[in-house]
Design a protein around this ligand. Structure first.
Ligand code: 5GP
Length: 201
């Protein structure tokens, strides 16, 4: 699907890959595959105020911080972007990203649309990809199936999904939309987009 205008892309090669999409679309699986398959790829560890899920490791999946700490980090200007998603804060640390990009690495950011819009404004050379579920029913089944959310959280995330898809389209900041039906095929599609956009990967 073509980009829908709104945010200008610079001609320079970029080192930032933004992956967004509603909860349950399969972003994290796609990001893991990108990290394995792309040379010089690096995962950006976001800070968040949400509680860790079972198996999540502080400093690896996220840096889990209190609301006060997050607020202090924001005030100190430590984030490239930050956003509130269903009552919790999430933010991308600016320094490690800029350093990695300058060192020639490709940083993968799995962030929501509010964050994607901020990154598009600050780093227009980034590649921004939005992941869609094949159907709403698939999204419901995937979210319920992973059993990481309470019933209330699940409801809130599903309620957020349609708005997030509409917000992505309205923002005009996503260059590519991919439908994640069969994961291996989606990964190939995303890889080919990234390789094309960042010509020397
Ligand atoms: P989850 O709680 O499922 O890990 O993430 C919830 C949402 O927050 C997802 O859409 C995820 O992509 C987004 N997210 C994770 N880290 C960041 C971040 O640093 N900034 C922004 N804006 N969104 C993030």
């Amino acid at each position: 699907m073509p980009s829908e205008g709104g945010c200008e892309r610079s001609q320079s090669l970029g080192g930032l890959v933004v992956i967004s999409g509603p909860s349950g679309a399969g972003k994290t699986s796609i990001c893991h595959a990108l990290l394995e398959r792309l040379p010089r790829a690096l995962w950006s560890v976001s800070a968040t105020t949400r509680v860790p899920r079972a198996g999540e490791i502080d400093g690896e999946n996220y840096r889990f911080v209190s609301r006060d700490e997050f607020q202090r980090m924001r005030e100190r200007g430590e984030f490239l972007e930050s956003a509130e998603y269903i009552g919790q804060w999430y933010g991308t640390p600016a320094l490690p990203i800029r350093a990695a990009v300058e060192a020639g690495q490709y940083v993968i950011l799995e962030i929501d649309v509010q964050g994607g819009v901020q990154v598009a404004a600050k780093m227009p050379e980034s590649v921004r990809i939005f992941v869609l579920p094949p159907t709403h029913e698939t999204l419901v089944a995937r979210l319920a199936g992973r059993k990481t959310e309470s019933a209330d959280q699940l409801k809130r995330r599903l309620a957020e999904a349609d708005g997030e898809i509409a917000a992505a389209r309205d923002s005009g900041c996503y260059d590519h939309y991919v439908v994640n039906d069969v994961l291996v095929d989606t990964v190939e599609e995303v890889l080919s987009i990234v390789r094309k956009e960042m010509k020397d990967t």
